[in-house]
Design a protein around this ligand. Structure first.
Ligand code: DOR
Ligand code: ZN
Length: 344
């Protein structure tokens, strides 16, 4: 049994860093990642190239001295987004992707997209220039059960969009169902899928049996065990179009432990130990590097990182919470130890 693991330094292809008082507090938690796709669902959202440039500057200003980290910026797609603003931001290297939130699907998604028809000119421009679209794949139709929203989104929105615009490069983010895994697997080279650490470890029983666990509540919501198993199979399959996007989503403790708690799990501090745990349990530690460090850059047409990191067995425990200017944020804890630790 290997006692240490050496990996090309990973990237996080889906991360929430927030802003203001929270930002500086959560940035160090992503220090083992070289780059991250930074989500634009701030209040107000990061809609224009100008917004993205300003947010990027705030992130860089809040980085602790010595943390080598490149934020890869995204724009929040609205029905008023201007295709030429997006194209200019991409040409300047300012943005790496555009994010589609169906309006009302999740945290701060009120300005998202109601009618895909309204954003077709932007999507056509993105297809033309090769700029990826990151998709929160859930319908918001109140008639659709929350556990079915991903599958129905594929049927109603994603499959038709892929048919209509096959050249558009799409990342189906935080895939949580077997349906999503199958859809990504059967898609061509223009379709990728990210998987979170918490969806690889937890199912909906963890969220609901024996009491409601607000720190396991996220969107898309945790699904039944058969779906979790499909996610683990996808992550460890060696298929290059599946890669790590933690969706680490910090919320202050008080806003999670509330009558109407926020969605999001803060996994940045221990995502890599938990990922090693999942891959080891699946007998696939030899595929961890591809999932965490190689497949994402390949999809985004970027070089893998030059540095390496090392994990060792056991080692120091992760702190239970991280202090931020917006209050303490509880760190992901499934109730046992991952058995791995990133060496500093
Ligand atoms: O659980 C989630 N939290 N899912 C999302 O899609 C958004 C995120 C957040 O921003 O808190
Ligand atoms: Zn997210």
């Amino acid at each position: 049994m290997a006692e240490t693991l050496s990996l090309i330094r990973p990237d996080d292809w889906h991360l929430h860093l927030r802003d203001g008082a929270m930002l500086a507090g959560v940035l160090p938690a992503s220090r083992h990642f070289a780059r991250a796709i930074v989500m634009p669902n701030l209040v107000p959202p990061v809609v224009t190239a100008r917004d993205a440039a300003a947010y990027r500057a705030r992130i860089l200003a809040a980085l602790p001295e010595g943390q080598d980290f490149t934020p890869l910026m995204t724009l929040y797609l609205t029905e008023a987004t201007d295709p030429s603003d997006v194209a200019a931001a991409a040409a300047d290297g300012l943005v790496t992707a555009v994010k589609l939130y169906p309006a009302g699907a999740t945290t701060n998604s009120a300005s998202g997209v109601r009618d895909i028809e309204a954003v077709m000119p932007v999507l056509e421009k993105m297809a033309e220039i090769g700029l990826p679209l990151c998709v929160h794949g859930e319908v918001t139709d109140p008639e659709i059960d929350i556990f079915d929203r991903e599958a129905v989104f594929i049927e109603r929105v994603l499959a038709p969009l892929r048919q209509r615009l096959p050249e558009l490069r799409v990342v189906m983010e935080h895939v949580t169902t077997r349906d999503g895994v199958d859809f990504v697997r059967e898609g061509g080279s223009n379709l990728g899928g990210t998987l979170t650490v918490h969806h690889l470890i937890l199912n909906r029983n963890h969220l609901l049996v024996g009491g409601v666990r607000p720190h396991f509540y996220c969107l898309p919501v945790l699904k039944r065990e058969t779906h979790r198993q499909a996610l683990v199979a996808a992550a460890t399959s060696g298929i290059g179009r599946f890669f790590l996007g933690t969706d680490s989503a910090p919320h202050a403790r008080a806003t999670k432990e509330a009558a109407c708690g926020c969605a999001g799990v803060f996994t940045a501090p221990n995502a890599l130990p938990w990922l090693a745990h999942v891959f080891e349990a699946a007998g696939a530690l030899d595929r961890l590097e591809a999932f965490a460090s190689l497949n994402g850059p390949a999809f985004y047409r970027l070089a893998p990182n030059a540095e390496r990191i090392r994990l060792e067995r056991a080692g120091a425990a992760t702190p239970a919470e991280v202090a931020t200017g917006a209050g303490p944020v509880v760190v992901f804890d499934p109730g046992f130890a991952p058995g791995w630790h990133v060496m500093e």
